[in-house]
Ligand binder design. Structure first.
Ligand code: G3P
Ligand code: CA
Length: 356
């Protein structure tokens, strides 16, 4: 109870502080865009507990009660849209044994039928033996259609939060995405969709294709995004830990950060997706772009802040107190607990009920 009161007070304080020069509170901005506030965004599904971007990861996120299923969309050689994060298939599939000569090739080199022969689950069991599950072996890469099927099934009806990944490799993917969403009835106003990208050019194309759909510009410090204060590369920095290197990276100055907010706004975004530096570091710990002044400035522009990618209670608290409006997380179950929206079913109960 005390914890709940504390969280409510902290969130109220953060939001109150952000009641902005723009004249609308962040809750009002979110409401106007039909975005839950604060938003729980299941990053590649419930990807802490099941292999990222696979069926159990999305079923679990849905049944736990995530507001959005997050996915990175790419396009196969035969024009099918699929959910995959990396530029290649090496990390999360057995491509090296199935197609050894083409193992380093991008998704666009493979047909959907070829990709469907890959095992997208066994890597997880090897990487995370404490969360391994026999039924993860042989999981398939999913199409966007299949992720939409998951979102439409079940008692909860999460939205989808779709990133155009490496869009320069897939000319016209913004148009293809619109066609698929329209074909599935996901642009009729009855479903929640957010479109996201790191690329200014892709944001422009998404805005042209789907002006009515909320869009978020992802933020980063480095090439193609916010100019850094220091241009010393990781390799030349002498630092051993990449997360520590990222954590000390800063925008060149306040004006450079503001310039990117203006780019987001001018290209039809309703918000930004900044990175976070995580307390324990790790592979998904980047620059701290959710400092209170940054969030306040973003709110003052009439934009929302959805931070990526946060998994621990200590960091949920930190970014919430700094004023964010939603969180990308690999641990949907833990973020829902933090927001006092815990599922009545446990992770293992939901996985078992769904056959895993
Ligand atoms: O889309 C938000 C977050 O997912 C961006 O990072 O690399 O995990 O797609 P990444
Ligand atoms: Ca993403």
């Amino acid at each position: 109870m005390l914890a709940h009161l504390y969280k409510t007070l902290c969130l109220t304080a953060a939001l109150g502080a952000a009641a902005s020069a723009h004249g609308q509170t962040p809750e009002q901005l979110a409401h106007a865009a039909n975005i839950p506030h604060p938003a729980v965004i299941a990053h590649r599904g419930a990807s802490y507990d099941a292999p990222e971007s696979t069926l159990p990861a999305y079923l679990l996120a849905r049944d736990l009660g995530a507001d959005y299923l997050e996915l990175d969309v790419q396009r196969t050689r035969d024009g099918q849209l699929i959910a995959l994060h990396d530029d290649t298939l090496l990390r999360t599939t057995d491509i090296a044994s199935k197609f050894p000569e083409r193992k380093d090739k991008p998704v666009s080199d493979f047909t959907l039928a070829e990709l469907k022969t890959l095992d997208a689950g066994s890597w997880f069991n090897a990487a995370h033996p404490q969360r391994a599950c026999d039924s993860y072996k042989g999981l398939k890469i999913l199409t966007l259609d299949e992720v939409l099927d998951v979102a439409q099934g079940g008692a909860h009806k999460p939205g989808v939060y779709i990133e155009t990944k490496v869009p320069q490799q897939f000319p016209g993917i913004e148009h293809d995405l619109k066609a698929k969403l329209a074909q599935r009835g996901w642009l009729d106003g009855q479903h929640r969709v957010v479109l996201q990208t790191f690329e200014k050019g892709s944001l422009e194309l998404l805005a042209k294709e789907m002006p009515q759909v909320p869009k978020v510009l992802l933020l980063w410090v480095g090439e193609g995004s916010i100019e850094p204060k220091s241009t010393v590369a990781f390799a030349a920095s002498g630092m051993k830990d990449k997360a520590a290197y990222y954590a000390q990276q800063q925008p060149r100055d306040r004006a450079e950060f503001e310039r990117w907010l203006d780019i987001a706004k001018a290209n039809g975004a309703v918000g930004t997706g900044p990175s976070a530096a995580l307390t324990e570091g790790g592979e998904q710990s980047y620059m701290d772009l959710v400092q209170p002044w940054m969030n306040k400035l973003t709110h003052d522009k009439g934009l929302l802040v959805h931070v990526y990618t946060v998994d621990e209670a200590v960091d949920f608290k930190k970014v919430s107190e700094a004023g964010v409006d939603g969180i990308f997380t690999n641990r949907t179950s833990e973020l829902l607990k933090f927001y006092d929206r815990a599922s009545t079913e446990s992770v293992s109960q939901i996985l078992q009920r769904n056959g895993y």
